[in-house]
Design a protein around this ligand. Structure first.
Ligand SMILES: *Cc1c(COP(=O)(O)O)cnc(C)c1O
Length: 429
């Protein structure tokens, strides 16, 4: 038995499913999860000592590469000065000012420790600000695991959602309406019917939790116009896309100013840090100024802030996003050519530093499109790539992440591995 298997068996005795976040268990692809021993630059090493070119990037945060020396040094320096104070620090102001500078729709910002906290707080804030209860989310968008967001679509059109997790009372989710991503007509119809009752609409401005799915221009324009017209708060959940698809996030590419924005992943540079922010008049509703309660013992943690600030400094260096895009173009074009050669049905897309791989003919527009893709093909591809030293997220519904530590040579190596795996897959059909 190899060490990954040993550790997985040992973990399953003491940790439910052996993991501290479900996707890590390899449930949807089968097999044994790789227990990571260390990571450096574009590589991770598992407990067997096997090295992988990594496109998980800790699910996004590792945009400058793993254990970047400057980030590690910033963390070390901060840690020497104390790990947590439970009192305000200057670093938090610098971080907030930096976020507001890079994301102009954010006039004020509050730091929290996870994306879940950021979105949960933003929703509470939107409800407090509007005095309304109902919220709209879209099928396939993930906004963390707070009760009112663990909702799947109801049975009929325009019905309120059902809990997608045991332990969530239906009473909690009856205020959450789940609509289809990119379905502008459904959105218009909903606002025409109950627009005055909607506190907020929350979306992933490029969806990254049903693989990578782009919104149509029409959908984005309607979202902004309808929320404005009906006095609902528009929340861009940029926990994944913030500082990932572009320096100013998805909103800078859409040319849209949301009312609130949630951020996480990249802003912590691998440490637990997230944020929500936006219009000053809305943010003024948060405690201690306003009546919407929100708090955190470790919020704005000095070590996390140090890691985040150094990461934000590095991503502002000349050509950072152009480089990520060029690597992503090389990878997605290489994969598509390799799939075509092998006769495998496949497509790929990228935006800035994230990319999507699909075992389907065209690019998916919604969760339903993704669900109709060949997830079995993904499974084979995933394990084939792993066997060839390349790690992707262990689910067809996950986006993939490029880092600045990747190089054209590493991408070429990745494409060569894909060529081999596609050929194996074709031989099996
Ligand atoms: C990862 C993610 C979250 C949740 O963040 P956590 O830090 O895992 O709680 C929320 N929204 C989006 C879009 C995400 O990608």
């Amino acid at each position: 038995m190899n060490r990954n298997e040993q550790l997985f068996n040992r973990a399953k005795n003491i940790i439910p499913g052996g993991v501290n976040s479900p996707v890590r268990a390899f449930g949807s692809v089968g097999g044994v999860p790789r227990f990571i021993k260390k990571a450096q630059g574009a590589y991770v090493w598992d407990e067997n000592g096997t090295r992988y070119i990594d496109y998980v990037g800790s699910w996004g945060p590792a945009i400058v590469g793993h254990a970047h020396p400057e980030v590690v040094e910033a963390v070390r320096e901060a840690a020497l000065g104390g790990l947590s104070f439970g009192a305000p620090t200057e670093g938090e102001i610098v971080m907030a000012e930096e976020i507001a500078k890079l994301v102009p729709s954010v006039e004020q910002v509050r730091l929290v420790s996870s994306g879940t906290e950021a979105t949960m707080s933003a929703i509470r804030l939107a409800r407090g600000f509007t005095g309304r209860d109902k919220i709209i989310k879209f099928e396939g968008c993930y906004h963390g695991h707070s009760d009112s967001l663990l909702v799947k679509a109801g049975s009929g059109l325009l019905t309120f959602g059902n809990p997608s997790s045991a332990g969530v009372p239906a009473d909690f989710t009856k205020h959450t309406l789940v609509l289809a991503y990119n379905n502008t007509a459904q959105l218009e119809e909903t606002f025409a019917r109950i627009g005055g009752e909607i506190a907020c609409v929350i979306l992933e401005p490029f969806a990254g939790n049903m693989n990578l799915v782009r919104p149509s221009e029409n959908f984005i324009r309607s979202l902004r116009a309808l929320t404005k017209q009906h006095g609902a708060v528009l929340i861009y959940d940029e926990v994944m896309t913030g500082f990932r698809v572009a320096l100013g996030g998805a909103q800078s590419l859409h040319g849209v100013k949301p009312d609130l924005t949630t951020m996480g992943k990249v802003i912590g540079g691998g440490m637990p840090l997230a944020a929500f922010g936006g219009r000053k008049d809305i943010m003024a509703c948060i405690s201690p100024l306003g009546g919407v309660y929100q708090a955190g013992t470790l919020s704005g943690n000095p070590v996390a802030v140090a890691a985040g600030l150094k990461t934000l400094e590095i991503i502002q260096r000349e050509g950072f996003y152009e480089n990520l895009s060029a690597l992503n173009r090389q990878l997605t074009e290489g994969f598509q050519a390799a799939a075509r050669e092998a006769g495998i049905t496949f497509s790929a897309d990228y935006i800035g530093g994230m990319f999507g791989l699909y075992f389907s003919d065209g690019l998916p527009q919604s969760y339903a499109d993704m669900a109709a893709s060949n997830t079995d093909g993904f499974k084979k591809f995933f394990h084939g790539m792993l066997d060839n030293g390349v790690a992707f997220g262990p689910s067809a519904y996950e986006a993939c992440f490029m880092s600045a530590a990747h190089t054209p040579e590493l991408v070429e190596e990745t494409v060569a591995a894909a060529r081999k795996v596609f050929a194996q897959m074709a031989a099996e059909i």
